[in-house]
Design a protein around this ligand. Structure first.
Ligand code: PMP
Ligand code: GLN
Length: 392
């Protein structure tokens, strides 16, 4: 008998930990994990530093988050989405979006319920659903456009559906869902009385003319949407693990109840830094986007000479590529080959699919461009070696 519970028996090592280990072992250029290899803006770090030394922030923070951060989250939702969020009853600060998602699922979903998950999916969704004793129901996005099929989406909604997890801009495809797609989802949610758990951690990472539409702004959706975001992406501070959940107080109540007994409260001084960051002027967010507009071009330039097929992402800091012209095998085998033979690390898609749909993602791996320009330029030479493997 193993010591571990049945609840965790299907949980392997996360793909990010596995790929980081291999990249280190083979000294490969790591374009895998969405982990910036540059620092957090100094002005934000300075706020945390000040909070560490002012004698007011080294003991427990209030459980739902500091008043400053909750007000900043509410104000940010008003500024960017026109949403009216109550900072006291409508916001909970969590340990990253990762805890926020778990608190949503534990607080809003009962054992035996079904939760719709769009594939490919971020890796914690399914373990969270399993830990809640619920059942994931999968709806795949289809290449090359990475849209869902309307009939498949409709068929996933049943009387047992309690929630649907929507991630837009979407990791790993780089899609930003359209008004038509989100309208269809919202109509089904209203018809079946389903809650949306919106993972919007890439909310500020739209590229070119892509527009991020917040599903809570669609008719009838405010009262049935909990939004989950995080400081990791928008402020290049993945190590701080400050996230938040916000929405109408009625739908947030369950999330707040669960959060109390997961972490109670999260790291206090960094909350002050993120409150400051969220209130930064629009120019910060414009420059942030411009930085990634330039970085995506650098990664595309490196991929252009590689024989990998890709299309320009609409959002996130990821590019999904089809490796079928240069390699025969599954994504994990290709990722190992790329690390060991080419010297570049990427994320294979196996862990982002159910067994029933992995065939859809069997030719794809993900590269990230939240890396210094030097690292992205350095990727050109090794990736060009891949082109020698293109099959006629
Ligand atoms: N959701 C998605 C789609 C992600 O890519 C990530 C990775 N940052 C998370 C959630 C987790 O965010 P955090 O690091 O704030 O826990
Ligand atoms: N969100 C990051 C990604 O998709 C990774 C976070 C993690 O390592 N758990 O790359």
């Amino acid at each position: 008998m193993p010591f571990y519970s049945r609840r965790v028996e299907t949980f392997g090592t996360t793909i990010f930990t596995e790929i980081n280990g291999l990249a280190q072992q083979y000294n490969a250029l790591n374009l895998g994990q969405g982990r910036p290899d540059f620092d957090t803006p100094p002005a934000i770090v300075e706020q945390v530093n000040a909070a560490l030394h002012d004698g007011q922030h080294n003991q427990y923070a209030p459980g739902p988050g500091t008043a400053e951060l909750r007000h900043a989250v509410a104000e940010h939702a008003r500024r960017f989405y026109g949403l009216d969020i109550d900072p006291l009853q409508g916001v909970v600060v969590t340990s990253g979006a990762t805890e926020g998602l778990l608190a949503c699922i534990l607080g809003l979903v009962d054992p035996g319920d079904e939760v719709i998950v769009i594939e490919p999916f971020y890796d914690c969704y399914v373990p969270d659903i399993i830990m809640a004793g619920a059942t994931p129901v999968f709806v795949p996005l289809h290449p090359p456009t990475w849209t869902f099929d309307e009939a498949e989406l409709r068929a996933a909604f049943t009387a047992r559906t309690r929630a649907i997890i929507i991630n837009t801009p979407h990791n790993p495809t780089g899609r930003v869902f359209t008004r038509e797609e989100l309208t269809l989802i919202s109509e089904l949610c209203i018809e079946y009385d389903v809650t949306v758990i919106l993972d919007e951690v890439y909310e500020h990472l739209t590229l070119k003319d892509a527009h991020y539409l917040h599903i809570a702004t669609l008719p009838g959706m405010f009262k049935r949407t909990v939004a989950v975001s995080s400081s990791g992406k928008s402020f290049s501070a993945t190590g701080w693990k400050i996230g938040w959940v916000y929405g109408h107080p009625d739908v947030l109540d369950g999330v707040a109840r669960a959060h109390q007994f997961i972490t109670f409260a999260v790291h206090h001084p960094t909350q002050q830094g993120i409150a400051y960051a969220l209130n930064m002027p629009d120019s910060y967010y414009q420059q942030f986007r411009a930085m990634y507009e330039a970085k995506v071009q650098l990664l595309m330039r490196a991929l252009a000479g590689s024989g990998l097929k890709y299309s320009e992402p609409q959002g996130t800091y990821f590019i999904l590529t089809d490796f079928s012209r240069v390699f025969q095998g599954m994504p994990m085998e290709f990722a190992r080959f790329l690390i060991q033979q080419i010297g570049v690390a990427c994320i294979p898609l196996e862990t982002m699919y159910s067994a029933e749909h992995i065939h859809i993602g069997k030719d794809y791996v993900r590269f990230s461009f939240c890396k210094t320009d030097e690292a992205l330029l350095a990727a050109q030479e090794p990736l060009a070696k891949l082109a020698q493997h293109v099959r006629a």
